[in-house]
Design a protein around this ligand. Sequence first.
Ligand code: CP
Length: 304
Amino acid sequence: MKHVLDITDLSVEEINSLIDTAIDIINNKEKYQEVCKHKKLATLFFEPSTRTRLSFEAAMLELGGSVIGFSSASSSSSSKGESVQDTVKVVGYYADIIAMRHPKEGAPMAATAVSDVPIINAGDGGHHHPTQTLADLLTIHREKGHFDNLTVGFCGDLKFGRTVHSLVNALSRYTGIKLVFISPDELKIPQYIKTDIIEKNGMPYVETQTMESVMPELDILYMTRVQGERFFNEADYIRLRDYYILTPDKLENAKKDLCIMHPLPRVNEIARSIDSDPRACYFKQVENGKFMRMALIMKLLGGI
Ligand code: CP
């Protein structure tokens, strides 16, 4: 039995295989309609979500399976004091696989100690979000055709943005990747990511506060929302939330084939007028996420 807590729980070969499966699903949807018949997915979401929860549910339904679960801690018995481990142990009697989101870093890992079914981390605090990374990787693959030799800019909340941490980790396994981190001082990429992933893998990187100065170099611009829910001080959040707003004038010197990504939800950090720019890929990420989650569910249930 395999759990996916972190993107490195999947080898590069396994990710390549998931990408191949996702592309086959896109081209041959009917082939997969009954692959998970009589199987159940439980979505245990202790923290709000639109894309991740609903795309997991859509993925399982499109595979012919069923879905049970809850969408907030308040509608589960955790509101009565039940532990994550007891919740997961119990749900293992009802479901064949669990996708779990929790505000506390490490909660899905603690759950694996007692779980009799595979657990997929659907986001734990400011830590990891491996299935968003799978969506991001399929998007990069479909837009660029490769992962090597890309200059990837990450902009916004790089401190709390778990999607950034997971994607940096994934990219560290390819060659010739250059990282550009654009953030205010207070929201810089954590030191442990620099030490344990970036520097350990000899990846070149720069840190800057201005988007315009680095824009011409970028192959990918990964925008992020400032994660208000993880701030201790509301005044700091209000001061930082609109630090970067991507508007058409900021793209004047950008590459013609720049890929603009964002895990969503968006607040103000990408102007609506960018949505019609052919370089905007953030809604493609949403759709790609469903296909990669279909491929992952099948893999973990032994279907591929
Ligand atoms: N990208 C993402 O995790 O979105 P949700 O919070 O809506 O699931």
